[in-house]
Ligand binder design. Structure first.
Ligand code: TYC
Length: 102
């Protein structure tokens, strides 16, 4: 019969959820050996910052120990971390760059 399906639709008609992809913070860590100018160069080259912005963030990391340098999708964040770590290793600096879910 064309009966009421009342209780079933209560269960099945759930709210359409729009699922946004999670974002990831890319963090730069302080150390005692990486030259300040090298960190500034990294921030300009891989994070598109101008010299003043790059210098400011470098100083924040130097003073506070860590800073967020950008927020990206998982894939872009992974690429940034890999680029920074490769570049630092090539130049034999111990600079560390990591990512964490926002
Ligand atoms: N602390 C370093 C120095 O005194 C500079 C530095 C800044 C290193 C930021 C790493 O992420 C960093 N030469």
């Amino acid at each position: 019969e064309g009966g009421d399906d009342g209780d079933l639709s209560v269960v099945l008609d759930t709210k359409p959820k729009t699922k946004r992809p999670p974002l990831y913070k890319v963090l730069l860590l302080n150390d005692d050996y990486t030259p300040m100018e090298f960190v500034v160069l990294v921030l300009e080259r891989f994070f598109g910052l101008n010299h003043a912005q790059a210098f400011e963030i470098m100083l924040t990391v130097h003073k506070k120990g860590v800073a967020v340098v950008g927020v990206f999708s998982h894939e872009i964040a992974e690429t940034k971390v890999a680029q920074v770590m490769d570049f630092a290793r090539k130049h034999q600096h111990p600079l560390q760059c990591t990512m964490e879910k926002e």
